[in-house]
Design a protein around this ligand. Structure first.
Ligand code: C2E
Ligand code: MG
Ligand code: MG
Ligand code: MG
Length: 287
């Protein structure tokens, strides 16, 4: 009987795996279509100055309007794009669209803020990255200082490689932000060697910050370290006023999260610019 269950369990497992594989193969094909048929779009999540509450930038986040499955999040299809090499084409589309849109907003009287674009490791290591990005900036007309690239610590594993790339980008006036900071494995020594403009504290440290004294200590330390290294610091994933208050108390300069704003469509972003409104009150005393 045990044997039988085991066998059924095994069959179930392979069937399940088979279905997953099938689904993945389908999505791969669909993703090629998506690129060709304009099914990708960008949402923009505001980033705000923690003290003045003014918007200082937006992060471009890619989505896929799948004809049958509806809107898919990047966690579903970025890994497929990376495995299949489609990440180059996808990444180029994202960069061009983000720069084009920000230039359009600047020209249309919107605030002179930055747009942050996430780079995959493969993109970061592609040949002539700086030239390729400069071409996109030239083509779209966006000034380099308004583009920020979000990279992760894992791309800094070999500082000999990354320093060359980062120095080139930085000399072109493009800003670099270290995304998901605190979750990688790399040593801190690269922070003083590399031209990194901003540390982006990972959401996992913010989530329990109101109850967890260790998270609070880590966040306070990252903020302080960033200041001493002359870097900007932004906390991501702020969902509540209580979390925000702790960050403001610890002099975190910038914030991003659902509490300030969820990622918005380009149209909703424009409505926000037009309203000229500060989205949420800051600390209780200031309300
Ligand atoms: P990320 O760069 O760390 O982006 C932040 C993610 O956290 C976004 O998820 C955003 O919607 C979500 N988020 C923001 N504020 C909050 C909050 O207060 N609470 C919670 N629970 N979540 C919040 P999203 O859009 O699903 O993106 C997931 C990841 O996919 C991104 O993480 C990034 O690594 C990747 N990604 C997104 N767009 C691109 C892209 O164009 N290219 C590449 N290579 N990766 C991208
Ligand atoms: Mg990011
Ligand atoms: Mg992040
Ligand atoms: Mg992330």
């Amino acid at each position: 009987e045990v044997k039988k269950n085991g066998k059924n369990g095994y069959q179930f497992y392979t069937r399940e795996l088979h279905a997953q594989l099938q689904e993945k193969i389908e999505l791969e094909g669909d993703l090629r279509q998506a690129l060709a048929h304009g099914q990708l779009f960008l949402d923009y999540q505001p980033q705000a100055d923690a003290e003045t509450n003014q918007i200082i930038g937006v992060e471009a986040l890619v989505r896929w309007l799948h004809p049958k499955k509806g809107v898919l999040s990047p966690g579903v299809f970025i890994p497929i794009a990376e495995e299949t090499g489609m990440i180059y084409e996808l990444g180029t589309w994202v960069l061009r669209e983000a720069c084009r849109q920000m230039k359009e907003w600047h020209d249309g009287g919107g605030p002179l803020i930055t747009v942050s674009v996430n780079l995959s490791s493969q993109q970061f290591h592609q040949a002539n990255l700086t030239k390729y990005i400069k071409d996109i900036l030239e083509e779209t007309g966006l000034e380099s200082r308004y583009l920020e690239l979000e990279i992760t610590e894992s791309m800094m594993m070999d500082p000999n490689v990354s320093s060359g790339i980062l120095n080139e980008l930085s000399e072109s006036g493009i800003r670099i932000s270290l995304d998901d900071f605190g979750t990688g494995y790399s040593s801190l020594s690269y922070l003083k060697l590399l031209p990194i403009h901003k540390l982006k504290i990972d959401r996992s440290f913010i989530r329990d910050i109101t109850e967890n004294v260790n998270d609070k200590a880590i966040v306070a330390t990252i903020i302080s370290m960033a200041k001493h290294l002359n870097m900007d610091v932004i906390a991501e994933g702020i969902e509540t006023k209580e979390q925000l208050d702790i960050l403001v108390d610890n002099h975190c300069s910038e914030i991003q999260g659902y509490y300030y704003s969820k990622p918005l469509s380009a149209t909703d972003m424009e409505a926000m610019f037009l309203s000229g409104k500060v989205l949420v009150p800051l600390k209780s005393e200031q309300v």
